[in-house]
Design a protein around this ligand. Structure first.
Ligand code: GBH
Length: 489
């Protein structure tokens, strides 16, 4: 735990009492600020989050905006993919989605009613540069300026992601082309220059694995290709390179107080048993299994084990690439949904990843295995391996069945169960002093769930996709109470 940037927890329990109450072991409990037992609310405050914890909700442009042909927006890979028969469930597209291109003020009002302190949204690259590069489109920029100004007027911090998978189709070859990384950097620098007077948190890309492997290797996402591994590794390289060049361009284009990070879905590992040998195996798995993505970014090089395993298929790297990829970040944001359980094992790697089984608990999406410990171990392993200054959870949430009751409300007690349990483990990470600064619930509202169309819903607000009316679910009521009390409820 050395090197962890500890923060004031603002709790009224002495270290010893806290340790006893929570079973907190060594590492965290020993170094807590010594405060008189019983002060400031007593034992109940053991459930508190840090005083300035940033509660928010997340969305992404193509999943909510609609208005795909308006005000000069250029075509994207997802427009093409979702309109290709058979690619999305029931032929769902983002043509209308939640209509947020016109209803963003309603979205801001939902956030305000929750008491949210921050909103994570993404910018549609093709609204800003319809051709991916070249001439900017002022009307596209105007939309995000209205959104940003509306958020600030409501007292909500804008956290902006520059690329959440909607890639302009004018960029020939997509992520197969190294030029796309340069185009991204130009776009990133341009946006930073335009909004950094008001936006203080910018994320480059969302989920490297999704717009590389799942788009070009397994093909479930746009553009839906199944390429051989040498090409996949090159695409992965272009992804991390875009991030790195993007960081450099943002720093060059933004005001000095702009914080730059990434929203990645590193594969998260959880020790099957919390003992030192399994914890070590878990950290090893975290570093090795994310070698082509987060590990490369945090360490500025590819692990020998990854390069050796890929052999002739390893990516071709140009001079200066790794330095850009390893550009220092102000924060790391993690999208965390599922755990992967690990045990120490007598294998060449020293660990074994235990498979999810047919009856392992999961939510409505088949991939969404439940494991609330993923939030604690995600924060802890990233923190211990790479000591980032700050960590955010940029996404966490779940799909659920969400039937609408007679009174028009969705009583999603299962989503509340999911969120309450995950946040219990995030609170443990904060309590033990890991530098987790905030949490963005996915999602503010039901929206276009990529290849699943509108058949998997993640919102804490129900959206009637005929009328676009938003209605708070039970989980929104619960989240409002959590934010209000800033402690586990
Ligand atoms: C996030 O991805 C996205 O950022 C967000 O846009 C999305 O709406 C949200 O989560 C909910 O899905 O069976 O191998 O195809 C989540 C991470 C990882 C989830 C890949 C779907 C598909 C697994 N995704 N996973 S596979």
């Amino acid at each position: 735990m050395t090197g962890i940037n500890r923060r004031q927890l603002g709790m009224g329990l002495g270290a010893a009492a806290l340790g006893a109450a929570l079973g907190g072991r060594g590492a965290g409990a020993q170094n807590l600020p010594a405060t008189a037992p019983g002060a400031a609310g007593g034992a109940a405050d053991a459930l508190a989050f840090p005083a300035d914890f940033l509660w928010g909700c997340a969305t992404a442009a193509y999943q909510i905006e609609g208005g795909v042909k308006e005000d000069g927006r250029g075509e994207t890979n997802w427009d093409v993919f979702s309109h290709t028969p058979g690619k999305t469930t029931d032929g769902g597209t983002g043509d209308i989605a939640c209509g947020s291109y016109h209803r963003y003020e309603e979205d801001i009002a939902l956030l305000k009613a929750l008491g949210a302190k921050a909103y994570r949204f993404s910018v549609a690259w093709s609204r800003i540069f319809p051709e991916g590069r070249g001439k900017p489109n002022q009307k596209g920029l105007d939309y995000y300026n209205r959104l940003i100004d509306g958020l600030l007027a409501a007292g909500i911090q804008p956290h902006m992601t520059l690329f959440h998978w909607d890639l302009p189709t004018s960029l020939k070859g997509g992520w197969q082309s190294r030029d796309t990384a340069y185009a991204f950097a130009d776009y990133a620098g341009y946006m930073a220059g335009k909004v950094s007077d008001r936006v203080k948190h910018i994320m480059t890309v969302n989920e490297l694995r999704c717009f590389t492997d799942l788009s070009y290797m397994t093909g479930g996402k746009a553009p839906g290709l199944k390429l051989p591994m040498d090409q996949v590794n090159q695409i992965r390289h272009h992804g991390v390179l875009a991030h790195g060049l993007g960081v450099q361009a943002i720093r060059a284009g933004a005001r000095a107080d702009t914080e730059v990070g990434i929203a990645d879905n590193a594969t998260i590992f959880v020790p099957a048993i919390e003992t030192s040998e399994h914890i070590e195996a878990t950290k090893k798995a975290m570093r090795e299994e994310n070698a082509m993505f987060l590990t490369a970014i945090m360490e500025g090089h590819y692990l020998d084990s990854y390069l050796t395993a890929q052999g002739a298929n390893a990516p071709k790297v140009k001079a200066g690439d790794m330095k850009a990829i390893g550009s220092a970040l102000d924060f790391v944001s993690l999208n965390i949904y599922t755990p992967n359980f690990v045990r120490a094992a007598d294998t060449p790697t020293g660990y074994e990843i235990l498979p999810h089984l047919a009856n392992s608990p999961r939510m409505a999406s088949p991939w969404l295995y439940v494991g609330p410990e993923a939030l604690y171990w995600g924060v802890r392993t990233v923190s211990e391996l790479w000591q980032p200054k700050k960590i955010y959870i940029s996404e966490n949430g779940c799909s659920a069945d969400d039937p609408v009751a007679k009174d028009g409300k969705v009583y999603d007690a299962d989503r509340v169960m999911y969120l309450r349990n995950y946040l219990t483990h995030l609170q443990r990470a904060a309590r033990e002093g890991y530098p987790v600064e905030g949490y963005f619930l996915w999602s503010l509202m039901d929206n276009f769930e990529w290849e699943d169309g509108y058949t998997k819903l993640f919102g804490i607000h129900h959206v009637d996709f005929k009328t676009l009316k938003r209605t708070p679910k039970l989980s929104a009521d619960w989240y409002r109470e959590l934010i209000r009390t800033n402690r586990l409820v």
